[in-house]
Design a protein around this ligand. Structure first.
Ligand SMILES: CC(C)(COP(=O)(O)OP(=O)(O)OC[C@H]1O[C@@H](n2cnc3c(N)ncnc32)[C@H](O)[C@@H]1OP(=O)(O)O)[C@@H](O)C(=O)NCCC(=O)NCCS
Length: 126
């Protein structure tokens, strides 16, 4: 909330026919600054370019903010998202991170999960 108010973490949403179709976060104070985070498109809206559009918005905003690279982390088993990012020109940096986090499952139970992500980068200059 503090970073959002300061404009250093920006939350963007894409809308299709007055419905929210997808969201993304641009983090300008992460460990991999600037970082594209939490890209998510509603299942019913997938495959229609919403994810691509949200990535493009993030790239434009980061470039206007003066950055020459954009980073993101993607799960080692998230083949669909990896394909999307590679198509958009992101390349693996060779770095990876492992995170353990808690989430609430479909039955409302708290669960722990561990995820390994590869860090990708894309140049924002020609
Ligand atoms: C990955 C994701 C954001 C793609 O959004 P999208 O709006 O479908 O993306 P676009 O329409 O712009 O591009 C489609 C590309 O996304 C990928 N993709 C991943 N899952 C897909 C799905 N269920 N349906 C269609 N495309 C999918 C494909 O690589 C496809 O590229 P291709 O047409 O060259 O095969 C979306 O599937 C999603 O929200 N997935 C769950 C959350 C997630 O994994 N986010 C990434 C975290 S790093």
């Amino acid at each position: 909330m503090k970073h959002q108010a300061a404009g250093t973490v920006i939350y963007a949403a894409a809308w299709c026919k007055h419905q929210p179709a997808g969201t993304v976060v641009l983090d300008l104070v992460s460990n991999h600054t600037p970082e594209l985070k939490h890209l998510f498109v509603q299942e019913s809206a997938r495959g229609a370019g919403v994810g691509t559009t949200l990535c493009a918005w993030t790239e434009t905003y980061a470039a206007l903010a003066g950055f020459d690279k954009l980073y993101l982390s993607v799960g080692t088993d998230n083949d669909g998202a990896r394909r999307l990012y590679e198509r958009l020109g992101f390349i693996p940096t060779g770095r990876s991170t492992t995170t353990t986090y808690q989430y609430v499952d479909d039955d409302g139970q708290k669960q722990w999960a561990t995820e390994t992500d590869d860090v990708f980068e894309r140049s924002l200059v020609d």
